[in-house]
Design a protein around this ligand. Sequence first.
Ligand SMILES: Nc1ncnc2c1ncn2[C@@H]1O[C@H](COP(=O)(O)OP(=O)(O)OP(=O)(O)O)[C@@H](O)[C@H]1O
Ligand SMILES: [Mg+2]
Length: 234
Amino acid sequence: MSEPILKCNELHKRFLVGDGVDAVKDVRLTVAPGEFVLIMGPSGCGKTTLLNLLGGLDRPTRGEVILKHRKFSRLSENELARMRRTLVGFVFQFFNLLPDLTAAENVALPMRMIGLGHEEVARRTLELLDEVGMVDRASHSPYELSGGEQQRVAVARALANRPAVVLADEPTGNLDSQSGNRVMELFSRFNARHGQTFVVASHDRGFREYATKVVHMLDGAVVRMEDRTGAVTP
Ligand SMILES: Nc1ncnc2c1ncn2[C@@H]1O[C@H](COP(=O)(O)OP(=O)(O)OP(=O)(O)O)[C@@H](O)[C@H]1O
Ligand SMILES: [Mg+2]
């Protein structure tokens, strides 16, 4: 197997609320470049917490995340933030577009934040909006878009800086099945065409067809992993 792009070892997250909640328990995961990983499991099993740890949005209680040879525990908050801007794309359940910006401005924002030139930003924004089928809505505000359209803009934004890894937390959770499938097909297309690695949390069993690996979680722990052939790995 090729060198993993994303890896975690004995990753553990305990929230210190009440008696304490072990939201992620000793999770070990290895993701090869170009993989499409689906994380499944019931509400409260730790999917969001795990994605937040994998993307460096949150720090683990113990264990390590390694993304492209960078050990998160060795990075300062600033380095972690820079890493997120350049190597990771996030897609959320509630789209999280900035309401005061147009669709195009939302897509352009991550590129501006890393200091790309005006012309390149404009060109890439158009290209990305085209890839998600949203060019004709470029100047719309988020509230002038349907949920499915907002999510397609959010996908374009997540992919703007050509991140090595895209983390998506229930990206279709607020969409009808047709819009949901369209978002998953976009992921699948970027995955095939640009070799980007995807880690997607979803309740939808129908999405297993897209995945190279399915990770089943229960009570914070990974209880089963399947690959495309259905073989189960420990
Ligand atoms: N900030 C927090 N403080 C305390 N407990 C938390 C926090 N975030 C999550 N939890 C707890 O950790 C557990 C895992 O939550 P998490 O949001 O990761 O689950 P999930 O699998 O994403 O669920 P869902 O499918 O409903 O989104 C839950 O029991 C939750 O109550
Ligand atoms: Mg969640």
